[in-house]
Design a protein around this ligand. Sequence first.
Ligand SMILES: Cc1cc2nc3c(=O)[nH]c(=O)nc-3n(C[C@H](O)[C@H](O)[C@H](O)COP(=O)(O)OP(=O)(O)OC[C@H]3O[C@@H](n4cnc5c(N)ncnc54)[C@H](O)[C@@H]3O)c2cc1C
Length: 435
Amino acid sequence: MYTALQLQRKLRLKRGEAEIMVVEPQPYMTYQPFLPEAAAGSISPRHVVVPLRRVLDRCRIVVGEVRSVDHDKRVASVVTPATEEEGGGATEIPYDQLVIAPGSVSRILPVPGLADFGIGFKTVEEAIGLRNHVLEQLDIASSTRDAGVREAALTFVFVGGGYAGVEALGELENMARYALRYYHNVRVEDMKWVLVEATDRILPEVGEQLGRYAVRELRGRNVDIRLETRLESCEHRIAVLSDGSRLPTRTVVWTAGVKPAPVLAATGLPLNGRGRLIADATLRVAGHDGVWAAGDAAAVPDLTADREGVLCAPNAQHAVRQAKVLAGNVVAHLRGEPLTEYRHKYAGSVASLGLHEGVALLYGRRFKGYPAWLVHRVYHLSRMPTANRKSKVLAEWILSGLFKREIVSLGSLEHPRAEFEQAAGSGGDGGRPRP
Ligand SMILES: Cc1cc2nc3c(=O)[nH]c(=O)nc-3n(C[C@H](O)[C@H](O)[C@H](O)COP(=O)(O)OP(=O)(O)OC[C@H]3O[C@@H](n4cnc5c(N)ncnc54)[C@H](O)[C@@H]3O)c2cc1C
């Protein structure tokens, strides 16, 4: 989105200098750093996404998925919802210049049961689904007489201690803790929140000292943090850990890393050992004229590193800045002007651990607790694209400070036809759908 936005500003589209086409399965861009707050209900789901048609009003938006690229013929094969419904094949879209930025997907390891029971945390649908799921577990625990079901419902296991896992756990634990004041028979101490991390630290992005603080802070809230531990299996609603423990649970959230989008393997373009597109510092894909890459999908040299061979880490900070340089370079290339190299010294990271609690390392300065949480909010608000979305997120924060938090699970929204189908199947006796 950022590349297309810059291109539509810089290119003389009305004079026919170029045409920009954006292919994307969802007609919106997701600001992923706000997903944990969306899961906690502090921001409504439609405000963490930005509608592409509004922002990229001079581009052609194709809602579809690129399945492969043939750069010798300069065509991309795209499957749209219409072609899938009609049972047709992929549409071939020709191009002169190709920008590849499909990001990453969850890196799923062959853990038994994970594919069936694991929950990801990369999309707005997953974040809202998880919010509903957690609230639903509180309802289940409150209404069952079976001690085993209750224990499993109140045990929440998160695997992976990077910012996605830690922030998601921190925000959801905080939300569930708040919600429990409205449950007469479930206490905060009845819940078990577990963070499983394979290495000996969490939040490597904020440095060792703040990582240790985050561990202390979460443990102080009764979060069970298991370092140097792995999830071995999660079949039959039991999470088995490498330290030998067996945790009955209905919730296993998998945030143990990402891998580049699978479409990259179907482009015939050069990939590094981790499957990222090999790009140079001008964001051109090595040895392929007219192909550019940025973001999580691209292996871009970090020119600010003190040694050679270091790559830019896959995060939003690099992705957004690379997009701007990339767009400038595409325009320069089309006009025969010199290209610019991407160079950005990593500014640090911010992470929220729930309402009013966080850690932040920015330009070498460390913040923790409430100041860090404020830094986190200000930083991400400033990065959120468009003034429209910035104002809506700010308004929501103000309103949520004034009024009580929402604690209702709207999981049934995911199955809007359930009641109608049941009524039709049962002869219209008005029976309610099963939860
Ligand atoms: C919960 C969470 C919290 C995070 N917090 C932070 C943070 O605090 N700070 C930070 O710097 N980073 C953070 N990140 C990481 C950051 O969001 C990513 O590094 C960043 O979004 C990468 O940008 P991108 O443009 O490369 O990919 P994405 O933002 O993932 O965008 C890629 C787009 O390509 C589309 N796409 C994929 N495949 C295809 C295809 N075949 N055809 C067409 N389109 C396709 C996808 O639908 C997607 O919209 C967080 C990530 C998560 C999940």
